[in-house]
Design a protein around this ligand. Structure first.
Ligand code: PRP
Ligand code: ZN
Ligand code: MG
Length: 226
């Protein structure tokens, strides 16, 4: 329909570590979004932009399936999803439009505080709970360590205490989550930041003009805080 040609559709994280800073970037860039957080779809009041609020894990797929024009997501989720989709024979094309100046974090292995640590080989034959099995497997393969992954999409930090796993591999930002769960970070396997990605297809000219303007505004906002 017509709106698909004219309105730029952007997927963002509904609630999580990227949400507040994503909304602040929009606000600082003069994009006024209706504030009802419960709605999946929100519209900018002053620009032809639609905002889709979804789980961050769904954002790369929405871009790769050409369902949205842009998405704001962590490189960790982007790379993990790409590896999964490659295995599933799904399309993995996208463009990196802009690196953003927030969302810095790392994917790390953590073990119970009282455990001794000598290196990844300590995990030989062990169970590791994670939401990122492909990123973890790549690193463990390079290290020549065999392990079993326990896939959890949430509450990963509880797994060792609950007896589900010996270690975890999860995202660490401030370290507060690990701390409060009696875990210590022992090995960083991936560093990540937020990126703006786009579908790898030309946009309709009207939409491209809006996209170009927004990119310039985002760049302006980011350079102002440097
Ligand atoms: C990550 C991770 C931890 C938390 C770590 O979750 O899974 O729960 O952030 O942050 P901290 O070191 O500052 O305590 P995220 O917000 O990415 O959400 P999700 O796991 O629900 O996608
Ligand atoms: Zn997530
Ligand atoms: Mg989490």
């Amino acid at each position: 329909n017509g709106s698909e040609k004219k309105r730029l559709r952007i997927a963002i994280q509904k609630s999580g570590r990227l949400t507040d800073e994503t909304l602040k970037l929009f606000k600082d860039s003069g994009i006024k979004i209706s504030s009802n957080r419960d709605h999946l779809l929100a519209h900018a009041e002053n620009l032809p932009i639609d905002i889709l609020r979804v789980r961050d894990d769904d954002i790369p797929g929405l871009v790769m399936d050409h369902v949205v024009d842009w998405g704001i997501v962590g490189q960790n989720v982007l790379e993990e999803t790409t590896m999964q989709r490659d295995l599933d024979g799904m399309y993995t094309g996208f463009n990196e439009v802009l690196k953003l100046n927030f969302g810095d974090c790392r994917l790390s292995v953590a073990v119970p505080m009282e455990e001794e640590w000598h290196g990844l080989s300590d995990l030989e034959g062990k169970k590791i709970a994670t939401t990122y099995p492909h990123l973890l497997r790549r690193v463990m393969k390079n290290a020549g360590v065999n392990f079993r992954s326990v896939l959890l999409t949430g509450s990963v930090e509880v797994a060792p205490r609950a007896g589900l796993a010996d270690a975890i591999c999860d995202l660490v930002c401030t370290g507060a989550t690990l701390q409060s769960n009696g875990l210590k970070e022992v090995e960083t396997i991936y560093t990540s930041k937020a990126v703006l990605i786009g579908r790898d297809q030309p946009l309709f000219p009207e939409k491209q003009a809006i996209a170009d303007m927004i990119i310039e505004r985002f760049k302006g906002v980011m350079s102002a805080v440097e």
